[in-house]
Design a binder for this molecule. Structure first.
Ligand code: BGC
Length: 385
């Protein structure tokens, strides 16, 4: 069972005056236009005449690929595009869940003198260490999507992650409202990811009163180390077996975990009968929603997140703290570091079957990617494509 404390993100509070200065930014110094064009990394999207790069290179380190399709499908290309649009070359690397790789990428980027480092870290320890190292080299950092607790980044760009959890909890409550005492299993994200804590907090805002009143019954809530989808599936199967095969609803913290849960439900002839939540509006998640196997997903417009990070990077690269502060009007609490971090927090959106069209219309996922085989008829019915 979950024992960790719940961490409020949306509390407003007094903003700390943060120490990063224009002088420190100017110390980076060495970066020149040649740095943009000479980087041979296959992930480097800048340096071409049309690709920008006049403002220098921004380094981005993403955490994983296996925990969610979002990182490679959405974040990577959208960050490249947004940074290019702001006149940067983008060096985007993925640490593949390996903290050593994460640090190595950071060392390389710091050594080559990136203007700003954008980090979506595997855990707060490695994220915090990278931010501290960058700061010592005079390179400002932005915590991207995941806040590093006890870290030192002056800015954070993400979604309202408590709200993400609320949307998940509310959808499940809606789906189960006719079933008094419905039995719920919760498959949560990594305990080392502050977002997972916030998703949980949001879900419980809705679900805890229902558990307390007996409207719903919590079978078990289980965080999954490293957001490991496979482990999520085996853990769910064990909990289901331990509950004599009974389950009426599942909180799955993202689409990857939902997919693993649905595989187990299928084996037991329960898919489509048991509502399952998700998150990220990935192609697989949306297909599962169209089939009726997944009740909902949460759409987080990552292009907006990428653009917000790129705009913040411009201000930080110039050492323009006032401009950065004007962009980051929100605040996130870091209870470990006992500080408030200036934030840009965007709004997530619930997507149930009838809403899938909204995602394809924005172009995040193409109709062609989700409308084939056993989802083709649902797409026709819903006017997708
Ligand atoms: C992100 C989610 C993602 C999860 C696993 C979280 O920090 O906010 O969008 O599904 O990590 O990668």
């Amino acid at each position: 069972m979950r024992t960790k404390s719940l961490l409020p993100q949306r509390n407003s509070g007094r903003r700390r005056r943060l120490g990063y200065t224009a002088a420190a930014a100017a110390m980076v110094g060495v970066l020149t236009l040649t740095a943009c064009g000479s980087n041979s990394s296959s992930d480097d999207s800048g340096g071409s005449p049309s690709g920008g790069g006049a403002n220098g290179t921004v380094g981005v380190i993403l955490p994983e690929t296996a925990t969610s399709a979002r990182w490679e499908t959405f974040d990577k290309p959208m960050l490249q595009e947004a940074l290019r649009a702001e006149g940067f070359a983008a060096d985007v690397q993925n640490a593949q869940g390996d903290v050593q790789k994460f640090s190595t990428h950071a060392d390389g980027m710091i050594a080559k003198g990136v203007k700003v480092l954008i980090i979506a870290s595997i855990n707060s320890e490695v994220g915090g260490a990278v931010a501290a190292k960058a700061k010592r080299a005079g390179i400002p950092t932005i915590d991207y999507d995941r806040l590093n607790l006890g870290g030192s980044s002056d800015y954070y760009v993400s979604f309202d992650n408590v709200k993400v959890g609320e949307l998940q909890g509310q959808s499940l409550a809606d789906a189960l409202k006719a079933k008094q005492g419905a039995e719920v299993i919760e498959i949560e994200g990594a305990p080392t990811d502050n977002n997972a804590t916030l998703f949980y907090e949001g879900q419980q805002k809705v679900l805890k009163p229902l558990y307390d009143s007996g409207a719903l019954k919590l079978v078990r809530s289980q965080p999954i180390d490293g957001w490991d989808n496979q482990k999520g599936g085996t853990t769910f199967e064990q909990i289901l077996t331990g509950n004599q095969g009974r389950v009426d609803g599942v909180v799955a913290a993202n689409d990857g975990l939902a997919g693993a849960v649905i595989t187990v439900l299928k084996k037991n002839g329960l898919n489509g009968k048991v509502p399952v939540t998700g998150q990220d509006a990935t192609a697989d998640g949306l297909k599962a929603v169209l089939r009726g196997d997944q009740y909902m997903t949460v759409f987080k417009p990552i292009r907006d997140e990428a653009q917000a990070a790129a705009k913040l990077a411009v201000a930080l690269a110039k050492g323009d703290t006032a401009a950065a502060d004007a962009l980051a009007q929100g605040v996130s609490q870091d209870p470990k570091g006992k500080r408030d971090v200036k934030s840009i927090l965007l709004q997530p959106q619930t997507i149930i079957r009838a809403d899938v069209k909204k995602v394809t219309e924005t172009g995040y996922v193409k109709a062609a990617d989700i409308c084939s085989g056993d989802t083709a008829s649902a797409c026709t019915e819903l006017g997708i494509g």
